[in-house]
Design a protein around this ligand. Sequence first.
Ligand SMILES: [Mg+2]
Length: 323
Amino acid sequence: MDLDLERLADRMHVVSLPLATRFRGVDEREVALFSGPAGWGEWSPFLEYPPEEAARWLRAALEDADLERPAQVRASVPVNATLPAVEPARVASVLARYDGCRTVKAKVAERGQLLADDVARIAEVRALLPDARIRVDANGGWNVDEAETAIRALERFDLEYVEQPCASVEELAELRGRVHRLGIPIAADESVRRAEDPLRVARAGAADLLVVKAQPLGGVRAALAIVEEAGLPAVVSSALDSSVGLSMGAALAASLPSLPHDCGLGTGALLAADVASPPLVPVGGAVSPARVAPDPALLASLAARPARVDAWRARLAATLPHL
Ligand SMILES: [Mg+2]
């Protein structure tokens, strides 16, 4: 891997992608893309992430740009629709963006909202899609008591699983014991960020399955090894990536020996503009794990402002020593 700052900066393209629906508190998503001998790689740690953390995301991006991807065992990756914490009246229009998806992941526990808002949102999903699998994602927003109350209130909608109901591994383990009799699996997402996390989650009995992302775990190869070692079922997800990053996630999903759940790689549908033409969005409820190359005209038209490009170059310089 060539880690020379100037040469890497020359290979880096920073784009700002407008979102169709406000998500994670932002209206636009900045990502950096690297061209390389094997293809394109995406580096898109959220802006608040420190260099030590951003370094794992950078390793993933450079690996994907520089090296051929591991062998794949499936040619298509089924994905879920992702529903932000919108009001019930907007649920149908958001879900309409996802072609053919049979699973919906709905955000819950949004700051400033009540459990009643979550119940109303999930009820609307169930009314619109009687046969869908519905999973909810609290992003760690509940304490153990709140999570137990919420799960009991949402249980009647037949949940596939509850993702990161509480913030800590200890809370997840306690909650899992409490709701065990309801038969609703618990998934760990934010608790799985570094290579050592999945084993900790598994040992603590904190989750029934893991949500894994290629970038924070340091790339497709590292993520494959981590999933194997943890011994829990995995759902591959993304972090509001461009089509390039989604393609890296799809490559990970396509290489996993077992893929029992639909993956969170349909979030391209949340973008109002993307770097690839056509963008990597669900078709028939699935995405392809083939490589995606940005369209040069889109790279140019979506290019971030010069001050933001400078900020990403500074970020690259600060991150490289941690690689
Ligand atoms: Mg999540």
